[in-house]
Every structure is written in C-alpha cells, then in structure tokens.
Design a binder for this molecule. Structure first.
Ligand code: 5AD
Ligand code: SF4
Length: 446
C-alpha cells in the first residue's frame, strides 16, 4: 500500500485531447488508490507533468515548468515530481532529463500509464529515482478508471497510435502503431458512461477513419459501423469524433452522418496545406482537388455540417505561390474554424532533414495573413447564426463569467448565455442574440 500521509496530487497537462484523456485515467487510477486531486500545485506533494511533443514550444513550456519545480523539490523530502506523455518516448528527452534534471523522481511513457500506481509506490516509499519507458506494444489495457473533466461528456479512446508518418509529425514515433479497441469494449464503456450521466461522447484516435475493430468472434468493424452501433445506445444523445484523415474518409461515413441522428453534424478535417506540391512532401496522400471534392460531398449530404481544420504554415520549401494556394483553399472552403500552426522542426521526422527550411520571419508573416483570413471567415460564418435557435448541451459555468452558462451546439459552436445552473447537463434550446469570431451569445428559449 502507498503511504497516505501526504497523498495530494496535481496534474499539468500539455497538448491534445489524447493527453487530456490520459490525465483523466492517471487521476482515476490514483483516486482509486486513495490519493486526492488538488487544483493548485502548491497544495500537492506529487506533481505529474503530462507532456506533448507535437511542436517545439510545447517542449519549451515543459522544461520551463519543470525548472520552476526544482527549488521546492530541493527543499522538501515530501514533494515528488513525475513526468510522462509523448515527450518521454523520445530518447533525446530522456538523455536531457538524466543529464540536466536528475532530481526528477519518476519518468514513465505513453505505453505504461497503467503501471503508475505501483511505480509511484516504489518512488515514494523507497525514495528512489525511476525511469521506466516501455516500447510500443500490441496490448491495449482495458478497464482503467478515469476521472472525467466534465460530468456530462466524456472522451473515449477508440484507437491508439498512427501509421501515417506525415513527414512533419512526431506522433507515429511517440504513440506507436495503430491499434483499435474492440467494438464490444467501446460499446460497453459508453453504456457505463451513460449510466453515469454522460450525454455526449467524443471518440478519440489520431485517425479515427482507419479504425478497424476486430470483435471477439473475428469480425471486422469499420469506423462507420462502430458509429452505428454507438448510435443505438439508449440514453446517449450526442456522438462526436476526432481526428479524421482526409485520405481515409469513406462514403460509408458520409452516409452515417445522414442516418445517425446522434452523430453531431460537425467534422474536424485537417487539410495542412492547400498546395499539391506541399501536400506531397508532407506525405498526406491526397490532393487539394480530392480534399475539396470531399468537402463538397460532405456538404451535399449534410448541408448544415460545420467544418474545422488544421493548417501548417512554413513547411520546408513552401513558396509564396504554395501559400497562396492555402489561402485560396481556405477562402473556398470557408471553415467555421481553423487551428493554424507555424511549422516546427521535430528531430527524427523526415521533414527535419529537408534543406529548404523557411526563415522564421517569412513563416510569421504568412501566419499572420492566414490567421486574418481564417478569423474573418469564422466571424462571417458565426454571423449566420444570429436569431437562430440552437440545441445546446449545457456544460457548466462560462469561463469568463460565473453567472453565465456555457455549452456547445450540435455543430460544436461555443455559446455563452445567462441561466440557472440547474440546466447543466441538459440539452436545451438557446436563441442566438449576438455572434463573435470565436463564440456565440444567446438566451434560453423558455
Ligand atoms: N509543426 C507544426 N505543426 C504540426 N502539427 C503536427 N506536427 C507539426 C509540426 N511539426 C500540427 C498538425 C496537426 C496538429 C495536431 O498539429 O496540423 O494536425
Ligand atoms: Fe501526425 Fe499525420 Fe498521424 Fe496526424 S495523421 S498523427 S499529422 S502522422
């Protein structure tokens, strides 16, 4: 048993929803062992940093945060620092930690999260330092508890890893090969979540469209079939998923959007670039024409669908003309929202070795132009919602104003509105009274 005298933990999470969900699992496991989660690291005697390696600034933020903990660690017998997540799957990071941060108590990776309670037991009891990183395995550990961030919506992993090897991306190296959970395990987890009050699930995977679930009887289930199975779960009201790779988005999935009433009419479809030359060098396996064709098909099938994307600016070799192609595509598609990123060199990926890296200044200048274009479109698209009545799942109090509620429309738009906290967890009608670039405002329809 782990000593419980000082058992308060705090988690700092960097990165994507996969990491958010891993942190939920870490918290679930520790709570099951009698630990108590605290919101302020100052109150904790165990700090866990769950890291992201997708871009360099996440690395920098991690080392910055870690450095700030050293003083307290040096002056206390009872403050333990643990680090985990994607960065730990990179040997260079482990080498840096050993050389420059040898005081860190526990280092573990993305493939052995389930071992945390026993690792922590060792570290806190024996006061030893431990580095335990597992290589990628075929095994998926099922049935781990999770402490959800929201009571009424839940993140559900349907698959792990990625086989795509986009040339800029570190994820296939840190998260390993694609592995899908069985449909039985996913459906059973969601049924349990629904019994616990969950109305909306977000199905997670690096590339959910290549989900290939093998049932215990050896039958293969596609992503679209999985959606249909989940759509039949009684009591569940909304299904979302992310992320989709355009090369694998099937007609079958587009059909599922039409047939499955619980499937929210929203898709995140990262395009990364609007230039065929860049797309090829990124190893994306589609052209801008094929991407635009997909968008047309989605909109033909589901006219009200909202679409978001990821775009990288300043990929090696990107010319002004390539960048114009991206701007042009953005203007054609008219995304509801877009996440824009400056290309960041990731050691170990093919693009890191490309010789035609773009100067920082050019990257920033293009980035600013892209953000202006994207924001102007978001503002216009949101403007179309003025006066509409939208179904909103009320998630909680609004971040900026505790007297207001906030929630998401079916199309994933954030709405803030005044209302009774008793509405939290319900799907209600909200009339949109004001629109902004990144959110909407409204009033409850009585
Ligand atoms: N540089 C910049 N952006 C990146 N992304 C992934 N790798 C990099 C990189 N090296 C972006 C992609 C991806 C999103 C999650 O992060 O747009 O879709
Ligand atoms: Fe990275 Fe590409 Fe895999 Fe997405 S699909 S995780 S961008 S390699």
């Amino acid at each position: 048993m782990i000593e419980k005298l000082n058992n308060k933990f705090h988690i700092t999470t960097f990165g994507c929803q996969m990491n958010e969900h891993d942190s939920e699992i870490i918290a679930g496991m520790l709570k099951e062992k009698g630990f108590v989660r605290v919101d302020d690291v100052a109150q904790a005697n165990i700090e866990i940093l769950n890291t992201c390696s997708v871009r360099e600034n996440a690395d920098k933020r991690f080392f910055g945060t870690l450095g700030q903990l050293k003083n307290r660690h040096d002056n206390s017998n009872d403050f333990f620092v643990c680090v985990c997540g994607c960065m730990m799957q990179q040997q260079t990071v482990i080498d840096t930690l050993k050389a420059k941060y040898p005081w860190v108590d526990l280092v573990f990776g993305t493939h052995n999260i389930h071992n945390l309670p026993s690792l922590l037991d060792n570290v806190t009891r024996e006061k030893t330092k431990m580095v335990e990183i597992w290589p990628d395995t075929e095994t998926i550990v099922e049935g781990l508890p999770a402490e959800r961030l929201f009571k009424h919506k839940a993140l559900v992993n349907i698959m792990y890893g990625c086989n795509n090897f986009c040339t800029y991306c570190i994820v296939p190296y840190t998260r390993g090969r694609e592995k899908s959970r069985t449909p039985e395990n996913i459906v059973s987890e969601i049924k349990d979540l629904v019994a616990d009050g969950v109305k909306e699930v977000m199905l997670l995977g690096q590339n959910v469209n290549s989900y290939k679930g093998e049932s215990e009887r050896g039958e293969v289930t596609s992503f679209a079939q999985l959606i249909r199975m989940i759509n039949d779960i009684e009591g569940l009201e909304r299904i979302r998923f992310m992320t989709s790779h355009p090369k694998d988005l099937s007609t079958e999935l587009i059909e599922a959007f039409k047939d499955c009433h619980k499937l929210c009419k929203n898709i995140h479809l990262p395009v990364q670039s609007g230039s065929n030359v860049v797309l090829k060098r990124m190893n994306r396996h589609y052209t801008r024409e094929q991407y635009l064709d997909l968008i047309n098909k989605l909109r033909e099938a589901v006219p009200e669908i909202t679409i978001s994307t990821d775009i990288i600016v300043g990929f090696p070799g990107e010319t002004e003309e390539d960048f114009q192609d991206t701007l042009d595509l953005v203007n054609q598609v008219e995304y509801d929202s877009a996440f824009t990123f400056l290309y960041s060199i990731r050691t170990g990926t093919p693009a890191a070795k490309y010789e035609d890296q773009i100067p920082e200044e050019t990257k920033h200048e293009r980035f600013d132009r892209l953000v202006n274009a994207v924001n102007a479109i978001s503002e216009k698209k949101n403007g179309e919602y003025l006066g509409r009545i939208e179904k909103v799942l009320v998630e909680g109090s609004s971040k900026n104003n505790p007297f207001a509620l906030s929630g998401r429309t079916d199309g994933f738009k954030l709405v803030n509105f005044p209302g009774d906290p008793a509405l939290i967890g319900k799907i209600i009608d909200v009339e949109i009274t004001k629109t902004k670039t990144f959110s909407l405002e409204g009033k409850v329809v009585e």
